[in-house]
Design a protein around this ligand. Structure first.
Ligand SMILES: Nc1ncnc2c1ncn2[C@@H]1O[C@H](COP(=O)(O)OP(=O)(O)OP(=O)(O)O)[C@@H](O)[C@H]1O
Length: 612
């Protein structure tokens, strides 16, 4: 229930919806019940052939806020009509009242449905907005541990499931009980004795339904997470289609998907079995109750119990059968709500995931980089694994630092610490003496240009891929950045120049072109610090030369920390840091390090670096 109310809290301000919804629903319930209460006088008109009999005790009723008052008022006018215009006139009167009541009740229903529909759309818009904002604000490490497909399915499919069950239930929770109350009042006013008897039978039906829907929530959770796995499989298959084809793994991939698909379908079958059972069972139990009423109530009528007349009894049966419909709707929606709650729980779990990397309350902005970046006895762990061990390092402004070392030595981890993609468990990293934890992430990252090994582009124009949402850049500045990145020439030759769309992940561009656009993106805004992870994938010589040149332009007059794979980059660096098992074991220039018989020399001898 807590989850249910939290989901509803996304409908803020609730009063905007709650007030008009309550008013229109109450009106609907009242007029709907009145329509039924009209049955008694109609039957009386039909059965009662002597109108003067009615007139004898026909008095204008005293005002009272009850159904009885309404019924007396109606009877008063009905009798007047019967006497003045005969039975036909009376029937026309009843028909006119009926049409008016049905009109008002349907208008009210239409309004209440419109309000609830708006509430549903509003809630889901807020829920989707919140969950996407949350996901994009989360620390990078979170995405290493989660399946991408699961996150996608939470934002899309789970939110949709919440829509169809939780908000539908809201409609049922308010409207149907009101209808039930209305019908119960009518039933009590016809015969209290018979209604007490009816109420005794209802809890039995409730217990049976509860038993049926009990396991639904666990199954619904399983179904949603299985759907998440399926989305992941589709995502992996589409992104890895080349490899799948190259290794003839189409069958293997299809089989993996089919297995999950079968599992998902089976859970859904089982859920549907239970859900579908709720409605016929509740209807059957309702009719069972009705037969009880028929026998008991009928005998009261036969015994000439003054409590209930024949017309009253027929209306009673009619009203009771109407009572079954909202009761059925409630039991049906309860069998659906579990699916919605399970989905809601998954969405809220994502919203509640704490971001490990946050800005300190007293974090300040940093506008420029003047002196040095310092690592002081930094320790970093991935779980139990000690990735960086008591690492201390100074990077002075304007220098180019090359990080080298065997695979898994901790180079990428070291680079990720500088823009606070991750935080060290021990030690301190500072810029110009200021702990980076006390600097806002936004201003810290604003000082940096980052180029990854993988050229990540988005399905958008070249210009938008370079600007990437940053404000205040002119097309001239974008072109300037592209020129530094050796990209301007090829961009100008494309169909629409800077407005050319690069396709999904930049599929319409070559590897080298993608890299140069990423370099242009990093250069734009002229950040003083560059964090580079040199690509290992070899390009053709021409392309390689262009990328290499672009990187040289990029590093000029900046502080650069680069995970280097090319010998030329390493040789040009001011300082080479050799990492092994999370420790700096050597540092110096190329000349200095080749004179030692250390790891660097060994890596050179093993031809670890490419010779461009
Ligand atoms: N997200 C992660 N979760 C758990 N362990 C990780 C994660 N990322 C890296 N590691 C581990 O941390 C260690 C250092 O990884 P890192 O990527 O920093 O090495 P590297 O020197 O950059 O290697 P390479 O040159 O192969 O990219 C490795 O042993 C790796 O297995």
């Amino acid at each position: 229930m807590k989850i249910y109310f939290r989901i509803l809290s996304f409908a803020k301000p609730l009063s905007k919806f709650a007030i008009p919804y309550s008013i229109s629903t109450v009106l609907y319930a009242i007029f709907n019940t009145i329509v039924f209460s009209l049955l008694i006088p109609v039957l009386n008109v039909l059965f009662n052939q002597d109108p003067t009999k009615n007139l004898e005790n026909n008095q204008f009723p005293e005002f009272d806020f009850t159904f009885e008052y309404l019924s007396h008022l109606f009877n008063f006018y009905l009798n007047q009509f019967t006497v003045t215009y005969g039975h036909k006139g009376a029937l026309i009167f009843v028909a006119a009242v009926l049409v008016t009541c049905v009109f008002i009740s349907n208008i009210s229903r239409y309004f209440s449905q419109r309000v609830i529909e708006n509430l549903r759309i509003h809630t889901l818009k807020n829920l989707r907005k919140n969950v996407f904002e949350k996901v994009t604000n989360l620390h990078i490490h979170f995405f290493n541990n989660e399946r991408k497909g699961d996150i996608i399915s939470k934002i899309t499919s789970d939110v949709q499931v919440v829509q169809y069950s939780v908000t539908n239930t809201l409609q049922v929770i308010v409207k149907e009980p009101l209808l039930i109350i209305g019908y119960l009042i009518l039933l009590f006013s016809i015969s209290a004795k018979l209604t007490f008897f009816t109420l005794l039978l209802l809890p039995v039906s409730g217990l049976v339904i509860a038993q049926i829907v009990k396991r639904l929530k666990a199954q619904a959770t399983e179904a949603q997470s299985s759907f998440g796995i399926m989305v992941s499989l589709v995502d992996e298959a589409i992104s890895g289609m080349r490899i799948i084809k190259a290794f003839n793994a189409t069958g293997y991939t299809q089989e993996k998907f089919n297995k999950e698909n079968n599992y998902y379908s089976n859970i859904n079958k089982s859920i549907a079995k239970r859900q579908q059972l709720a409605s016929p069972v509740s209807e059957f139990l309702g009719v069972l109750t009705l037969s009880g009423i028929l026998i008991y109530g009928g005998s009261l009528v036969f015994e000439n119990d003054s409590n209930i007349t024949a017309a009253g009894f027929i209306t009673y049966i009619g009203a009771f059968s109407q009572l079954l419909r909202p009761a059925k709707a409630i039991s049906e929606s309860f069998s659906n709500i579990y699916q919605g709650i399970a989905a809601g729980e998954r969405v809220l779990e994502l919203i509640d995931t704490p971001s490990i990397i946050t800005d300190d309350e007293d974090a300040t902005e940093i506008a420029e980089f003047k002196h040095a970046i310092n690592f002081e006895e930094v320790d970093f762990f991935y779980g139990e694994k000690h990735v960086l061990n008591q690492l201390s390092l100074q990077i002075s402004r304007g220098k180019t630092i090359a990080l080298v070392g065997p695979s898994g030595a901790g180079k990428s981890t070291l680079l990720d610490l500088i823009p606070r993609f991750i935080d060290p468990q021990k030690g301190k990293i500072s810029i110009d003496g200021k702990d980076i934890k006390n600097i806002t992430q936004y201003s810290l990252r604003n000082l940096m240009g980052i180029v990854n090994q993988e050229s990540i582009l988005f399905n958008d124009t070249i210009a938008n891929n370079i600007i990437f949402g940053r404000q205040g850049f002119t097309l001239e500045q974008v072109e300037e950045a592209a020129k530094i990145a050796n990209a301007h020439e090829f961009i100008s030759k494309t169909d629409k120049g800077y407005q050319t769309n690069v396709g999904d992940r930049g599929i319409k561009l070559s590897g080298g072109q993608k890299q140069r656009i990423c370099i242009a993106r990093a250069v734009l805004g002229n950040p003083p610090i560059m964090l580079l992870d040199e690509a290992t994938s070899s390009l053709d010589t021409e392309s390689e030369k262009l990328v290499q040149e672009a990187l040289i332009h990029l590093m000029a007059n900046r502080t650069t920390i680069i995970i280097a794979h090319r010998l030329s980059t390493i040789q040009n660096a001011d300082e080479i840091i050799v990492l092994e098992n999370g420790k700096i074991i050597e540092k110096g220039t190329h000349q200095e390090l080749t004179q030692h018989k250390g790891l660097y020399k060994k890596l050179i001898n093993m031809q670890e670096f490419t010779n461009h």
